[in-house]
Design a protein around this ligand. Structure first.
Ligand code: ISE
Length: 339
């Protein structure tokens, strides 16, 4: 699979996540190297490439993918340009790790599914990193073991300290709750059939026009109910928690009790500032497993179908948010390639 012993990766998009993945592949991941970086900001791409042995800067994904040094592609550009990059990667039959979202809406995700099916084999892993988090993996193993019986409910909390300028109420579903959509589908192995969104009176700290927080409910095909508190300007840190309530027990992850201190008559711990630090280990594991599988000629992890299903549920979520009504999801039948 690799032409030079190690996997030559083109990283497309060098914003916050892309730059972090460049650092990761360079410093943490084994068996891979950054062979190309792509950014519409030529200066930014050049600066990054200059610091890496044998790395070339490009401003267009197709140019990088045509390089004989590139064996695989990591897409970390903004969601709206994912589709074009994915289709270009398929043309060259290159393996892809695509940051979430696969694409910003169900129709474009469906086009990606169709193109991958035409290839006849899977090429895409979608970057839903929570599936690689040590605590979430433990919860998944516990639920899969059946020890606590069937899962009845999930209670999820998703809090960000603050949002960048321009963050909209719709993005609270498409960028943030999309993670709970994926973890629900993954943990329960059921599709989400309906979404309801309640909007309490916004926090006085919410930026103008942002309905923050929101309370989102999913119903699943197997009859489970999932609630998600999404609060993206809570101000006190980054918290992602999930409690599964089952027939004979419950289990909770994400309390962040790595170290508890006792001093001056109080006990306490630290709260992560953002997702880059909270999920650092998960990102490391995700990229390493992608590299390992790719070098073996295999594709693992969340599929393009998972990316499509998440996009379809997000669409229902955004509709539910606008209308205040319980909104059914509308997924196409799962194609054989993804069964
Ligand atoms: C961001 O895009 C992420 O993916 C984070 O995991 C999430 O917590 C945040 O709300 C999103 O904006």
């Amino acid at each position: 699979m690799t032409k030079h012993g190690t996997l030559g990766v083109a990283v497309i998009g060098t914003g916050r996540m892309g730059a972090d993945h460049v650092r990761r592949i360079n410093a943490v991941t084994s068996g891979a190297r950054v062979a190309a970086v792509v950014d519409i900001d030529a200066e930014r791409a050049k600066q990054l490439a200059d610091g890496i042995d044998g790395c070339t800067a490009y401003t267009d994904p197709a140019g990088a993918m045509a390089s004989p040094d590139v064996d695989a592609v990591l897409i970390a550009s903004p969601g709206p340009v994912h589709e074009a990059a994915l289709l270009q990667a398929f043309e060259r039959d290159l393996p892809v790790l695509c940051e979430k979202p696969l694409t910003p809406d169900a129709a474009s995700a469906l086009r990606v599914l169709e193109a991958e099916q035409k290839l006849g084999h899977r090429r895409v892993q979608v970057g839903f990193m929570r599936r690689y988090d040590a605590e979430y993996l433990k919860l998944k193993a516990l639920l899969d073991s059946g020890q606590f019986g069937r899962t009845l409910l999930l209670h999820c909390r998703h809090r960000n300290a603050s949002t960048p300028p321009g963050f909209t109420s719709q993005m609270m579903i498409n960028d943030s709750v999309v993670h709970e959509i994926d973890t629900t589908r993954w943990l329960l192995e059921q599709e989400i059939t309906a979404v309801t969104v309640l909007r309490p009176r916004p926090s006085s700290a919410a930026p103008d026009g942002l309905a923050d927080p929101q309370f989102v409910l999913f119903e699943t095909a197997g009859g489970a109910v999932v609630d998600v508190e999404i609060f993206v300007n809570c101000g006190w840190g980054y918290q992602v928690q999930c409690e599964a309530v089952c027939e004979s027990g419950s289990a909770r992850v994400g309390d962040g009790h790595a170290m508890v201190t006792n001093a001056a008559g109080r006990w306490g711990g630290e709260i992560d500032a953002d997702f880059v630090s909270r999920f650092e280990d998960a990102y490391d594991r995700e990229v390493q497993q992608w590299v390992d599988a790719t070098r073996r000629g295999e594709v693992e992890g969340p599929t393009a179908w998972d990316g499509y299903a998440a996009a379809a549920v997000c669409e229902a979520g955004v509709r539910a948010q606008a209308t205040g009504e319980r909104t059914s999801t509308n997924l196409v039948e799962r194609p054989a390639l993804y069964r």
